[in-house]
Design a protein around this ligand. Sequence first.
Ligand code: COA
Length: 179
Amino acid sequence: MNVTRAAAHRQLTIRTMEMRDLPRLVHIEKQTGAPHWSQQRFKAAMQTGDRINLVATVGNTVVGFAIARLIPENDLCGGDLDACRGKQAPPKGPASPPVYLRLLHVAVAVDWRRHGIGAALVSQFEQFLRLPQDCIRAAVPETNLPIQLLLRSTGYRAQRVLRDFYCSEDAYLMEWQRD
Ligand SMILES: CC(C)(COP(=O)(O)OP(=O)(O)OC[C@H]1O[C@@H](n2cnc3c(N)ncnc32)[C@H](O)[C@@H]1OP(=O)(O)O)[C@@H](O)C(=O)NCCC(=O)NCCS
């Protein structure tokens, strides 16, 4: 498929993931080379209140997805939320608790890579942050240069190395904060 970046942008829509997307999500996941997300896992993510699950579509075709989790405090690995904060952006105000999001996964179909779709997906999570201390964190494998460059291009900064985060592989902790 030969798509130009401009064509992809013109038709690109980002919406919440739905059950009907499952076959296409699994297909895209298989293209990652190291699929960790089964149909069951996608399904569970959609049924869990603390997740924000997005898909990017061009026309009627799902071309990518991104999944983030609301986490309590700044626990990188995330625990279960005592109370789900819901999927709406929290109201701005001094009483609002800080929002921490952990980016769990992002993937784009092979034919649609390098058209700004991954960046568009990841940038959507920024709307959930309001306060200066709110942040989005991601642990990215040290060998996965595309995701590191994607996050850098959308304003994430590497904070530190997480030793053996992926079994024997180190990860970089990358963080996005509204400045
Ligand atoms: C990582 C991934 C999501 C990137 O999606 P994408 O839609 O191709 O990324 P974008 O087009 O939005 O890229 C934005 C910027 O990121 C950087 N970038 C993304 N992929 C890159 C690559 N393969 N090589 C170099 N830079 C890259 C570039 O700076 C790019 O901007 P540019 O195209 O103007 O140079 C995609 O390669 C993918 O699905 N990989 C497999 C799944 C995966 O590894 N996910 C991460 C799990 S931790």
